[in-house]
Design a protein around this ligand. Structure first.
Ligand code: OGA
Ligand code: FE2
Length: 547
């Protein structure tokens, strides 16, 4: 029986306020938190500016009111009024100096402080690339987790509660922007659904600067691109009701009508030929019926597993998975305090260790990594060089054993529990996945046909992977193994471990795995890739096979 209960500890939000080199904000939440604090400071500065502007306006108003009553009295009996020498003197003074002072006051720019703050801070603001990246991440999440635009727009996502103070909604402008980004990527399906959402919100009466005509223009084009002429025509007609002079729409109307008439004619000809005894065309879907679920492309399997569907574990196999206390053959450091071990999967054998890294250690590791987080890189199989890629969206940093005792202790723990030499392992890698952050299916080991990715290290291939989960993830973010249909959920304070190589030294292809996109929340992991060299004894004796 598997029985460990895990406590979900609310993530301490990290308040480190560092100015980091600007690169791909959207790929990790760690550095995005800084932006929130910057924004908060800017709001304070903006409010100061508003107050100053209000004080100024108040002065101007008082002046206007004073002069209003004065001039109306004075003009009732101008000569009588000026017959009073003080009035005459004051009129001279007002006109000669006081109106000038007022002019200066009106011209005075109260926005200096705010504008200079904004100018300075803007140097660290996200770029167009960040905005597009965040939008694309949202579109990716929409697909992977099969979310509809309404749920996204109302902020009603799995793992979020209605009570959350920060459940946020999308405005017509936001939906329109997502549609436009999809359009710029020639992604007409997403263009359609987001423009439709924008239109729906407009129809429901939401105030917006986005014109329905613009939305309809995108809508008709995107459905046309998807081959839906009739709907394209409907949208174009609706557009023309609002703006009968719209040039492009008028042109499109004629074109769509013409195409539709042609299509209908072709349909009629076909029906006629059939009634004359011609062979019916074969249904396109016939071939598809035979497609077995197993033959799904890997991407589909990966997405399914991310949604928690298609997990391939039989009750029989499940009954052979156990939990136990483990001291690694009476290892002196674990004899008195064995650790909790849980079988996560059988083939490949994946073990989870519970309560294996403390809250304090997690915070320390994050603190050390934060200022150094950079967009994660992958080996380009063609060149063997490191590059960034869409399929791996996260930020990571490497921590060495000598920079803090916590890193050293962690490395030692891995060595003690796995019995593997970590001298030859890579440094501890810390990774932070923001919303939409993911790592598509890959092997951790180097393949034979690749230029030797680990050659420079001179320590052989990656024999095993140790992966700490340093956060819970509200929704999404599981580690999945598409070849075998396994899902490993992130649980804060636990770690999973598996061998990437078979005892023969060959890569174990069943270990292909991926990190699902984070849907809601923030995912922190750290991992240790253990290498072959130094493990000869273990490999010869095949000690890592599951009994
Ligand atoms: C990796 C990896 C999985 C995860 O970094 O190689 O597979 O869940 N990570 O983060
Ligand atoms: Fe991996």
């Amino acid at each position: 029986m598997r029985s460990w209960t895990t406590c979900h500890v609310v993530l301490l939000s990290c308040l480190i306020h560092s100015v980091s080199a600007h690169n791909d904000f959207f790929t990790s939440i760690g550095q995005m938190t800084d932006l929130l604090f910057t924004e908060k400071d800017l709001v304070t500065s903006l409010k100061d500016y508003i107050q100053a502007e209000e004080r100024k306006l108040e002065q101007v108003k008082q002046w206007a009111e004073k002069l209003d009553s004065l001039t109306s009295i004075a003009t009732q009996d101008p000569e009588g009024f000026l017959g009073h020498p003080v009035n005459a003197f004051k009129l001279m003074k007002r006109l000669n100096t006081e109106w000038g002072d007022l002019e200066n006051l009106v011209l005075k720019d109260m926005s200096d402080g705010f504008i200079s703050n904004l100018t300075i801070q803007r140097q660290h603001f996200p770029s167009d690339e960040d905005q597009t990246g965040a939008a694309k991440a949202l579109l990716r999440l929409q697909d992977t987790y099969q979310l509809d635009t309404q749920s996204i727009s109302t902020g009603d996502l799995p793992g979020t509660s209605v009570k959350l103070p920060y459940r946020s909604t999308l405005t017509v402008e936001d939906c329109f922007e997502l549609g436009r980004i999809a359009y710029s990527e020639s992604d007409y399906r997403h263009t359609e659904v987001w423009m439709a959402q924008a239109l729906k919100q407009l129809d429901e009466g939401e105030e917006s600067s986005v014109e329905p005509v613009m939305v309809l223009d995108y809508l008709s084009y995107s459905v046309y691109q998807q081959g839906e002429l009739e709907r394209a025509l409907d949208f174009t007609r609706r557009l023309l009701e609002l703006d009968p002079e719209h040039q492009r729409a008028n042109g499109n109307l004629k074109y769509f009508e013409y195409q539709l008439a042609k299509q209908r004619k072709a349909g009629e000809d076909l029906r006629y030929r059939r009634s004359e005894g011609a062979e019916p065309e074969r249904e396109e879907s016939e071939g598809r019926k035979g497609v077995k679920k197993d033959n799904l492309p890997e991407k589909k399997k990966y997405e399914q597993l991310c949604r928690g569907e298609g997990i391939k574990m039989t009750p029989r196999r499940q009954s052979r998975l156990f939990c136990r206390y483990y001291d690694n053959n009476q290892h002196p450091r674990y004899l008195l305090g064995p650790v909790k071990q849980e079988d996560e999967w059988d083939r490949p054998y994946i073990i989870r260790y519970h309560d294996i890294i403390s809250e304090w250690e997690i915070e320390k590791v994050k603190e050390l990594a934060k200022p150094r987080l950079r967009r994660a890189t992958v080996h380009d199989p063609q060149t063997g060089q490191l590059t960034t890629a869409q399929y791996r969206v996260s930020k990571s940093a490497w921590l060495t054993a000598n920079e803090h005792s916590v890193v050293d202790h962690i490395n030692q723990r891995i060595e003690d529990l796995t019995g593997l030499d970590v001298q030859t392992a890579e440094e501890l890698q810390v990774a932070n996945y923001g919303v939409g952050g993911q790592y598509e299916p890959h092997f951790d080991f180097g393949r034979k046909d690749e230029p030797d990715a680990f050659k420079e290290l001179g320590t052989g291939n990656r024999i095993a992977t140790w992966l700490f989960y340093m956060s819970d993830v509200a929704a999404g973010g599981a580690t999945v193994f598409p070849e075998v249909g396994a899902v490993v959920r992130p649980i804060k304070g636990t770690a999973v471990f598996w061998y990437n190589l078979l005892p023969s030294g060959e890569g174990d292809y069943s270990t292909r795995h991926a990190a699902c996109p984070v849907l809601v929340g923030n995912k922190w992991v750290s991992n240790k890739w253990i290498h072959e060299h130094g493990q000869e004894f273990r490999r010869r004796c095949g000690l890592h096979e599951m009994d």
